[in-house]
Write a protein that binds this ligand. Structure first.
Ligand code: UDP
Length: 329
């Protein structure tokens, strides 16, 4: 049996492929390469360049490769873009996921692992946020993902497939063996931006908002290292295969760091000072978002290995340097 990884040429999906291979699994990647890279898929792993919403294509892949589980990472993930073009997000993240799910059901794929997001919580009133608080996404991105969670719940009840919904907090860092990292050129995520500023690949950086109700006035997030994150997926797959019931859980460490703290760590780890501009708030940013992270440990027995911001930043920095060199600087 093989695992189909949609978005397996991208950042998180690509790390999932590595983790599955390391666990001895057979893997097939389906990716349209809109933001992913063919070079990110290891030799020997079939890469099908195509659309995960193309049902004829997915049927063919599932049958040809004896797929027993789908890990679905392919998605559009830029919140402001989702606000400007919601139908793009509902088409890509929701409607196409529905097609993928129909293919899973009609081909009797047993398990489905879904990349969800803490954006389903919107602006939580208290932190840490546990899985059973009210779901109130505040943008089309979060809604487009929440609808898939609901489709999965209904489909599992009706059709017998089991699923794991994993709600990511802030994913960062890179493969500890240096094989992969965040490679999107226009990335907007804090740690990536800060290491680019340290390397001089961008001229300084902005802190978006210094008047939040947090100890230093900047936003607090729960940064989870990408290999820790994908290991949770591999454990979720083992759990489902051994008969575990469908599951929804947060993926985070259960504690947060502020934007200024992150920048301080980046300066310390790299030994490089860079310009930091204190700017206005970015629309739609909640003040704090920290995972209630008990369920994932209790149900899956998951234990983080890289819960150390200095380690995460060092991985991101080393990857950024490598990426820059591979592009010829
Ligand atoms: N942020 C920042 N400057 C940047 C990028 C991000 O101050 O150049 C802040 C952002 O406003 C948020 C936090 O860093 O408070 C994390 O943002 P990111 O985009 O990494 O992830 P998000 O939490 O939005 O998913």
């Amino acid at each position: 049996m093989s695992v189909l990884v949609t978005g397996g040429a991208g950042y998180i999906g690509g790390h999932m492929v590595l983790e599955l291979l390391d666990a001895g699994e057979k893997v097939v990647v389906l990716d349209d390469l809109s933001t992913g890279f063919a070079w990110a898929v290891p030799d020997g792993v079939p890469l099908i360049v195509g659309d995960f919403g193309d049902m004829a294509l997915v049927d063919e892949i599932v049958r040809a490769h004896q797929i027993d589980a789908i890990a679905h990472f392919a998605a559009k993930i830029v919140v402001p873009e989702s606000v400007a073009d919601p139908l793009l997000y509902y088409a890509n993240n929701t409607a196409k996921a529905r097609n993928l799910l129909e293919c899973a059901v009609r081909n009797k794929v047993k398990h489905f692992i879904f990349s969800s997001t803490a954006a389903v919580y919107g602006e939580p009133k208290t932190n840490p946020v546990t899985e059973d608080v009210g779901l109130a996404p505040i943008n089309p991105y979060g809604r487009s993902k929440l609808m898939v969670e609901w489709m999965l719940e209904d489909t599992a009840k009706a059709c017998g497939l089991t699923y794991a919904v994993l709600r990511y907090f802030n994913v960062a860092g890179a493969d500890p063996k240096g094989r992969l990292g965040q490679s999107t050129p226009q990335a907007t995520h804090l740690i990536k931006v800060a290491v680019q500023a340290a390397l001089g690949h961008r001229k300084g950086m902005d802190v978006f908002g210094t008047d939040y109700p947090t100890p230093d006035g900047t936003c607090i997030r729960d940064y989870i290292q990408v290999t820790d994150l994908v290991r949770a997926h591999v454990q979720a797959l083992a759990y489902l295969r051994s008969g575990g019931a469908s599951l929804t859980c947060n993926c985070g460490y259960g504690h947060g760091r502020s934007v200024l703290e992150v920048i301080k760590v980046v300066k310390k780890v790299t030994g490089i000072d860079f310009e930091v501009r204190l700017s206005g708030r970015r629309p739609g940013d909640p003040a704090a978002l920290v995972a209630g992270a008990d369920r994932i440990r209790a149900v899956l027995g998951w234990q983080p290995r890289y819960d150390d911001l200095e380690v995460i930043v060092r991985q991101a920095f080393e990857w950024e340097r490598r990426l820059h060199n591979r592009k010829g600087g």
